[in-house]
Design a protein around this ligand. Structure first.
Ligand SMILES: Cc1cc2nc3c(=O)[nH]c(=O)nc-3n(C[C@H](O)[C@H](O)[C@H](O)COP(=O)(O)O)c2cc1C
Length: 370
C-alpha cells in the first residue's frame, strides 16, 4: 500500500500497533506495519532495557514509543510507599473488605510493602517523569513518539523533529485533534469509544470523519474497534489513512497477558468490555470483573483521581487477586472487539488476515458500485 503515512515511516501497510509487549512491537514492524511500545509503568532502567531488546530484534525496521502524559494528574509527593497516607480510608477499606469477603488471602506484610514500593517507582505519570523516559528513548533509533491523554508540549515536538522523529497524539474529540495540530504534531489518532484503555464516549463511526475533516489535510489514524479487515476498510472509507490497534494483539501468542486473562477474553462478549474509572481513575475500557462491578454498586465510594486509583487497584487489589488466580476478579484493558476474539493466533497472522479481508471488502464494494 502507498500513502503519506506509509511514506512517512517507510512501511508497507498503515497498520500501527499499540502494545506494552516488546515482542508484539517487533513482530508488527517485521510484518510491514509499525509497532509502538507503551511505556506507562516503566522505570527509566526498564525503558532502556526494552528498547535495547527491540533494537536487537527488529532487523532495522521502524518503531515508536507511547508515553502517558496526562493533562491532569494527582502528584504523589511524599506520600509514596505508604498506603495509609496514599489512599483515603473509605477506598482502602472498600477494596480490602471486597477481597477479604471473597476469601482472597492478604499479601504477607513484607511482600505488600515491597510490591508497593516497586510499583510507585515504576509509575511514570508526571511531565518530569515522562521527560526522563523520553531522554532515554532518544538514545534509541525511535521513529515516532505518541502522546496519550493530552497534547505534547511544543518543546517535545521541536526536540523530536530536530532528530527526524515524528510526533502524534490521541484524540477522542475534534477539539483535542485541533490542539495536537496547533502544537505541531505530524498526525493524530482518532480513538472511538469502542477502544480498549482510556477512551471517550463518541463511537469511531462518528468520530473518525469528524476528526479527519477538522484537521485536514493532516493524516489521521482510526483507532477503537479495529481488529479485522472490514473494520480497517471502514476506517479508510471514512477518511483515515491507516489504523491504530491495541486490543487485537492481546489474543496473540506474543502478547503479555496471562493464559487466565486470555481465556477470560476468549469467553467474553463485546459488552463485557466496560468503560470504568475503577482501574485507573480515568474512564478506561477494560474487561468486566467483580472488581469493576463493585464500584458501580450503590454505596460504593467514589473512585480516586489518577494515578491513585490505579495504585489502589494494582497495589492493593491486583497483586492479591493474581497471586491466587481469582478468575472473577481478573481484568485487563480491552476494547469491544473482545467479542470477536475467540482463540489464539500470531501477530503475523493478524496482519495477514486483516489485509486479506481488507482486499475482499474492496472487491465487494467495487462489484457493488460497478
Ligand atoms: C491493554 C491496553 C493498554 C493500553 N494502554 C495504553 C497506554 O498506555 N497508552 C495509550 O496511548 N493507549 C493505550 N491503550 C489504547 C490504545 O492505544 C488504543 O487507543 C486502543 O487499543 C485502540 O482501540 P482497540 O483497543 O479497539 O484496538 C491501551 C489499550 C489496551 C488494549
Amino acid at each position: 500500500m502507498k500513502n503519506r503515512l506509509c511514506e512517512m515511516f517507510g512501511i508497507e501497510v498503515p497498520i500501527f500497533a499499540f502494545s506494552h509487549c516488546r515482542d508484539v512491537v517487533v513482530e508488527v514492524s517485521k510484518a510491514g506495519g509499525l509497532g509502538v511500545l507503551g511505556m506507562a509503568r516503566m522505570s527509566p532502567e526498564r525503558v532502556h532495557e526494552e528498547l535495547k531488546w527491540i533494537d536487537e530484534h527488529i532487523d532495522g525496521k521502524p518503531y515508536g514509543i507511547d508515553i502517558l502524559n496526562p493533562a491532569s494528574f494527582e502528584a504523589l509527593g511524599d506520600r509514596k510507599f505508604d498506603p495509609e497516607r496514599l489512599f483515603p480510608q473509605a477506598q482502602r477499606d472498600f477494596v480490602k473488605n471486597m477481597l477479604d469477603n471473597a476469601g482472597i488471602p492478604p499479601l504477607p506484610a513484607a511482600d505488600a510493602e515491597q510490591i508497593m514500593k516497586a510499583m510507585v517507582n515504576e509509575f511514570t505519570f508526571t511531565p518530569e517523569e515522562s521527560a526522563r523516559m523520553i531522554d532515554i528513548a532518544l538514545e534509541h533509533p525511535i521513529k515516532l513518539i505518541v502522546n496519550a491523554l493530552g497534547s505534547p508540549s511544543r518543546e517535545l515536538v521541536e526536540r523530536a523533529h530536530a532528530r527526524g522523529i515524528k510526533v502524534a497524539a490521541m484524540a477522542g474529540a475534534p477539539k483535542h485533534a485541533l490542539r495536537h495540530k496547533e502544537v505541531g504534531c505530524d498526525f493524530v489518532i482518532a480513538v472511538g469509544t469502542e477502544a480498549g484503555g482510556h477512551t471517550g464516549t463518541t463511537t469511531s463511526m462518528v468520530l473518525w470523519p469528524r476528526v479527519v475533516d477538522a484537521v485536514a489535510p493532516m493524516p489521521v489514524l482510526g483507532a477503537g474497534g479495529v481488529g479485522r479487515g472490514r473494520q480497517m476498510a471502514a476506517a479508510l472509507a471514512l477518511g483515515c489513512e491507516g489504523v491504530w490497534c491495541g486490543s487485537v494483539w492481546l489474543k496473540t501468542v506474543e502478547s503479555e497477558v496471562t493464559p487466565e486473562i486470555k481465556q477470560k477474553m476468549f469467553e467474553a462478549q463485546s459488552d463485557d468490555a466496560v468503560l470504568t474509572r475503577s482501574v485507573t481513575g480515568k474512564p478506561c475500557r477494560t474487561l468486566r470483573s467483580t472488581f469493576t462491578d463493585a464500584w458501580e454498586k450503590p454505596g460504593a465510594p467514589d473512585t480516586l483521581p489518577a494515578p491513585l486509583q490505579a495504585l489502589l487497584w494494582w497495589g492493593q487489589g491486583r497483586t492479591r487477586v493474581e497471586r491466587v488466580r481469582a478468575k472473577e476478579f481478573l481484568t485487563y484493558p480491552v476494547g469491544q472487539i473482545v467479542g470477536d476474539m475467540t482463540g489464539e493466533t500470531s501477530v503475523r497472522n493478524v496482519v495477514h488476515e486483516m489485509l486479506l479481508e481488507l482486499i475482499e471488502s474492496k472487491e465487494r464494494l467495487d462489484e457493488l458500485l460497478n
